[in-house]
Design a protein around this ligand. Structure first.
Ligand code: ADP
Ligand code: ASP
Ligand code: MG
Length: 460
């Protein structure tokens, strides 16, 4: 049994829906297949935008709901040759769009869209797409059934980024899916609380849904089908010479995705590692390409680094002051204050002189972090132990990743001299004790240059 997950990049219109259906049907001839599907390309963004309009009292959301209807209508008219089946599908889409519009109208009236409401709005994307795919398979006499993961993927109520209750989820998914005779077409991205309130697993979360399903059903492989040939050595939009990595460890994949390689959601590896199930990344538009296999143990290779990834839109918050030297407890105060305010720290670096503590976080949270820290450290600031809390914006974190970096001397030196030769200024550096990752912060407008310099000096 295997999971096949198709992302928005794979499902955009009638032609691509037919391509995906073809891949599913072929695979189902030799294996039991569980399909996990995202929303059609762009529809999650469209739904978020519609909710924002409604919240602002702007009736442009109505136009977006119409766009959503028309996209579905065009695909349905192309895909369903039988008039009766076509009209049933169109009825379904128009009922869903009416339901969505009336919900958005509610948001318009109250001029408010909580993360809880937003999760319900975006869930339409996955639900509508799954029904379309399942009905299309049925129209070709392939038995298929939609599985709505609300009520199966059970989560807490952290709307927009919900946490999964694994053991209940595994049981519920197993019970529901083993009972299905045909091909289950399972909604990615969405879940629900124990009370049945819709939640989502975070943007790009369908990859995570796929691995949850794979672990629950003890599948032999979790396949993630997308629009590139596999995990590449760097983001192909930034590095034209990036190439496919045939095999990569769970740990490396986790680090790459955590540091921005969008091809796979970082949490995807958690259930896969737990049950030791390999994850295979494949290209929907080039199914003959071997793809990238992500597994626990990989064949030895001699590349010094495996890949480079980056996170944009970050800022440095620097707590600076000579008076911190040798004084215990300041770092703890800083981190506690961030945790209490719900601010996520992406990277930390502290010079060994202890003269400054440097936090790297999302730029959107930097001003709040500074305000919180100024209050929290008011005594230290008044006592001149700390000079101030500075913010530097417009930055990017670059991470150089690879199992082979462990214990390899001179590697960091080589990374930074490549950057120095290219005149790229480095503002902060961190290396995890696993030595699997060196990350550093640069000005955002140096990103393309920096990644290409490192790529050229290590892996071309
Ligand atoms: P899907 O809709 O299939 O989930 P995504 O857009 O979420 O697809 O992820 C695929 C995209 O990730 C690719 O089109 C590629 O541009 C981007 N990407 C960024 N970094 C990498 C990388 N290291 N390897 C492969 N793709 C990457
Ligand atoms: N449709 C969701 C998103 O766009 C989930 C996913 O694509 O994985 O974020
Ligand atoms: Mg994705």
């Amino acid at each position: 049994m295997k999971v096949m997950k198709f992302g928005g990049t794979s499902v955009a219109d009638a032609r691509t829906i037919a391509t995906v259906a073809d891949i599913i049907i072929k695979a189902s001839r030799t294996d039991k297949v569980l399909v996990v599907l995202s929303a059609m390309r762009g529809n999650t963004d469209l739904l978020i935008q519609a909710a924002k309009f409604a919240e602002a009292g702007d009736d442009k959301y109505k136009g977006l709901v119409q766009d959503l209807y028309r996209r579905n209508e065009t695909a349905i008219n192309d895909l369903f040759k039988n008039a009766e089946k076509r009209s049933m599908m169109l009825d379904y889409v128009s009922t869903s769009c009416a339901e969505l519009a009336s919900f958005l109208h509610g948001l318009e009236l109250i001029r408010e869209c909580s993360t809880r409401s937003l999760d319900l709005v975006v869930s339409f994307g996955e639900r509508m797409n799954c029904l379309l795919m399942a009905r299309y398979l049925l129209s070709m006499d392939i038995e298929a059934e939609v599985v709505d993961t609300r009520g199966l993927i059970l989560t807490d109520d952290t709307f927009g980024n919900a946490r999964v209750a694994f053991s209940e989820t595994y049981t519920a998914l197993r019970e529901r899916i083993v009972a299905i005779k045909g091909i289950p077409v399972i909604t990615g991205f969405i879940g629900a609380t124990a009370e049945g309130i819709t939640t989502t697993l975070g943007r790009n979360g369908s990859d995570y849904s796929a691995s949850i399903v794979g672990a629950a059903l003890d599948c032999s492989v979790i396949e993630i089908w997308t629009d590139v040939d596999g995990v590449l050595s760097a983001d192909p939009r930034l590095v034209p010479k990036a190439f496919v990595i045939p095999e990569i460890s769970f740990q490396e994949a986790m680090e790459l995705s955590y540091f921005g390689a969008k091809v796979i959601h970082p949490y995807t590896m958690i259930p896969a590692v737990d049950r030791n199930i390999p994850v295979l990344i494949k290209n929907t538009f080039k199914p003959e390409a071997p793809g990238t296999i992500i597994r626990k143990v990989i064949q030895p290779h001699d590349r010094a680094i495996t890949g480079i990834a980056s996170i944009g839109g970050v800022a440095i918050v620097n707590v600076v002051g000579g008076g911190m030297i040798g004084v215990p407890g300041i770092a703890s105060k800083v981190f506690t204050a961030m945790a209490k305010s719900g601010i996520n720290i992406i990277m930390i670096s502290q010079a060994s002189s202890e003269h400054s503590i440097c936090l790297v976080l999302k730029e959107a949270e930097a001003a709040k972090a500074r305000t919180v820290l100024r209050v929290e450290l008011a005594q230290e600031i008044a006592g001149k132990m700390i000079q101030d809390v500075d913010v530097i914006a417009n930055l990017e974190i670059i991470a150089v990743i690879g199992e082979n970096m462990r214990g390899r001397r001179g590697l960091a030196g080589k990374v930074f001299s490549a950057l120095g030769d290219g005149d790229v200024n480095v503002l902060a550096i961190a290396q995890g004790s696993s030595e699997l990752n060196i990350s550093f912060v640069i000005q955002a407008n140096d990103t393309r240059k920096a990644i290409n310099l490192i790529h050229a000096s290590f892996i071309t």
